[in-house]
Design a protein around this ligand. Structure first.
Ligand SMILES: Nc1ncnc2c1ncn2[C@@H]1O[C@H](COP(=O)(O)OP(=O)(O)OP(=O)(O)O)[C@@H](O)[C@H]1O
Ligand SMILES: [Mg+2]
Length: 321
């Protein structure tokens, strides 16, 4: 049997089962109680419950009929907005079953061009009597004003480490895994409030064994342990360039990290170095430059080694080389 994807298997069915997003859940529950709702705009980072909330809302409004009354579409369907509008038209043509309206959930609405959004807006107006729209996006600022003003805005926040940990712990228990303390910390570090990423990571790691520790987690994601990166930076700042460079090569080989990944992690760990804030600012500015060069296609290893040299210079350690 092919194993189910855990993000789906453990997706909450009810609003009350969601973690975090208290304010969002509270307001959505109000709509269920009043048996009506306006068009909604869900904005927030990936993996924080936007699709989950829309599905749960549909279940609470329509009970067992929810599937007949709920249409999920990707707004940025590569075949174009006309295909999306066609599907909406088709779906909106018939009456809702056991309810006053149907719900159309449009994922990735912010990927639409302005023109496509205007077309969407006209479609939304055409079906106001029979349908409610839920638009989902990462950035509400990318949604044109006329659509924003027709929707109630819901902001989804990155989930707290406690919330992510709570879900991950429960799944690990149900799946019979032995998740160590440092394994959990590693998952939280990598997930950064994205629960989908956390759950997927747990599942990928579980494919290698029942015991999940930090080593396994970092190996699965191809990320270095944060303390290893920090150590490399600190070594460079102390002036030991040769050792820092060895560490860099080791990280890239052990974890199979790309140049962009290393820079991203150096960026993140720079804030955790024990150095004055002014120095952090200067380093972050420099990192930005090297990130750009690598993205533009410059040789990764040369750029990373040059960036490490900058840490040596900023650490004032070059005199000791
Ligand atoms: N607040 C939450 N409570 C419980 N589980 C959650 C929550 N947010 C996300 N999840 C879990 O993570 C998975 C992904 O969440 P979801 O699909 O809702 O993310 P999303 O916000 O729609 O992300 P995207 O912007 O990428 O579409 C869900 O299947 C669920 O298992
Ligand atoms: Mg989604």
């Amino acid at each position: 049997m092919i194993e189910a994807v855990w993000v789906e298997k453990y997706r909450p069915r009810k609003l009350d089962e969601m973690v975090g997003q208290r304010e969002v859940v509270e307001r959505l529950r109000g709509y269920v109680a009043s048996r009506n709702m306006p068009n909604l705009l869900f904005a927030g980072p990936p993996g924080t419950g936007k699709t989950t909330a829309a599905l749960a809302l549909a279940r609470e409004f329509f009970g067992k009929n929810w599937r007949a009354n709920f249409l999920e579409l990707n707004a940025s369907d590569e075949r174009g907005i006309d295909v999306v509008r066609g599907k909406i038209k088709n779906f909106a043509r018939t009456q809702a079953i056991g309810g006053d309206f149907k719900i159309i959930f449009l994922d990735e609405a912010d990927a639409l061009t302005k023109d496509a959004q205007h077309a969407l807006r006209r479609t939304m107006e055409m079906y106001t009597h029979t349908c409610r729209f839920i638009l989902s996006c990462n950035y509400s600022s990318k949604i044109i004003e006329p659509i924003q003003s027709r929707c109630a805005l819901f902001r989804f926040r990155p989930l707290s480490d406690e919330d992510v940990a709570q879900v991950v712990r429960r799944i690990a228990m149900k799946e019979g895994l032995d998740l160590t303390k440092d394994g959990m910390e590693a998952i939280l570090y990598v997930a950064e409030g994205d629960l989908r990423r956390a759950i997927n990571l747990l599942q990928s790691a579980a494919a290698f064994g029942r015991e999940i520790d930090a080593d396994l987690v970092y190996r699965v994601v191809g990320k270095a342990r944060p303390q290893e990166v920090r150590e490399m930076l600190a070594t460079a700042m102390k002036g030991d360039y040769i050792k820092a460079r060895e560490k860099l090569r080791e990280l890239m080989i052990t974890y199979g990290m790309s140049g962009e990944d290393v820079v991203a992690q150096m960026h993140r760990e720079t804030f955790n170095l024990d150095i004055p804030p002014k120095l952090k600012v200067e380093l972050v500015d420099i990192i930005g430059e090297y990130d750009f060069r690598i993205k533009e296609g410059a040789s990764e290893l040369i750029q990373l080694e040059a960036l490490l040299a900058q840490f040596v210079a900023k650490g004032g350690g070059e005199d000791r080389v």
